[in-house]
Design a protein around this ligand. Structure first.
Ligand SMILES: [Zn+2]
Length: 332
């Protein structure tokens, strides 16, 4: 039986190639698991594709691996990857049928994998990063809370009345879609997105579903629709911007385990008394985010803010209804 207790690598900053990322057990050089699963690398020919890391060094999807003991690898990581791989083969319907908790764990593993790759590097005395994550107490506190919920991948866990994240699923129209795979994450805001063929998953990893509620109306408008890639980019900008102004960190608490318990229960609180949940919306900051996401279409900030009261949108019309788009007409 799995022990119903969580591993906490943060007090001792136990991030090295000698400790399993998930349970802390000692690992040797051969005990590794890929951050981006082998099935993902095979299906989208990612193995030799380059990936830019936080410290601006370049690796490949195939090379990016993290320490993982045999038990965690065979009993927890592989079964999850198999479940997701099978679901993803059935596209949107398959992924929608999954337990959202499973998707959270899957996305969380990739996010955490890139994060600890950075933390392991920072522990190397020969590397002196400019803004080390490991010396930012606020960020570390946030990562520590996140790792508690991520361990539901290893320790059978019930989240009492919350899902730790917000999940958005979008379907892309094939007409002008040229990218079979795309991946994006932001370490500090914990916003993440991954494109698997025609399905895009966008996730904010540690908000207890609050961003999902805030953007719920927009998300519902997109359901049952095929979005143009530029509409997906705008949707991502809205989610990533919401994560950027999200101002609270949920905390998680283990309920005491009684003998005979087969699952650990986690409760969560958010301190919304001392902190506002969202920082104020700033139009120019949002426009920057949107400009960044719209880079492939070369749309600039002054075009986004041509009407300063209502920024450029491809998703909705003046009545705030979904606006179908088959092809993108260049703006100038
Ligand atoms: Zn392990």
């Amino acid at each position: 039986m799995t022990e119903l207790s969580l591993y906490d690598p943060f007090p001792k900053m136990q991030f090295s190639d000698k400790h399993c990322f998930l349970c802390g057990a000692h690992t040797g050089p051969e005990n590794r698991t890929p951050v981006f699963a082998t099935w993902l690398q095979d299906r989208y020919s990612l193995r030799d594709k380059e990936l830019l890391l936080l410290d601006k060094s370049i690796t490949t999807y195939g090379e990016l691996t993290i320490p993982c003991c045999d038990t965690c690898h065979t009993e927890h990581v592989i079964p999850m990857e198999e479940e997701i791989a099978t679901a993803a083969e059935q596209g949107m319907a398959g992924l929608q049928a999954l337990d959202p908790k499973r998707l959270f764990q899957w996305i969380g593993k990739m996010y955490y994998g890139t994060l600890i790759t950075e933390l392991i590097k920072e522990a190397d005395p020969l590397i002196m990063p400019q803004n080390p994550v490991s010396e930012n107490p606020k960020m570390l506190g946030k990562f520590r809370e996140f790792f508690k919920v991520l361990q539901s991948l290893r320790v059978p866990t019930v989240f009492s009345d919350f899902l730790p994240c917000s999940l958005f699923m979008l379907e892309v129209s094939p007409t002008e879609d040229e990218l079979p795979f795309e991946y994006q994450d932001e370490l500090t805001t914990m916003a993440f997105s991954i494109k698997l063929g025609p399905v895009v998953l966008v996730c904010t990893l540690l908000d207890n579903g609050i961003i999902g509620k805030a953007l719920g109306k927009l998300h519902r408008l997109t359901q049952g629709q095929q979005l143009h890639p530029i509409q997906v980019a705008e949707f991502k900008a809205r989610v990533f911007y919401a994560a950027y102004i999200f101002n609270v960190v949920p905390e998680y608490f283990e309920r005491p385990v009684k003998s005979g318990d087969t699952e650990l229960t986690l409760d969560s609180i958010i301190d919304d008394v001392t902190n506002e949940i969202f920082n104020p919306w700033e139009m120019t900051a949002y426009a920057h985010m949107l400009e960044e996401m719209l880079k492939p279409w070369d749309i600039r900030e002054h075009e986004i803010l041509a009407d300063p009261q209502s920024p450029l949108t491809f998703l909705v019309d003046e009545q705030n209804q979904f606006q179908p788009m088959e092809r993108y007409q260049k703006m100038r």
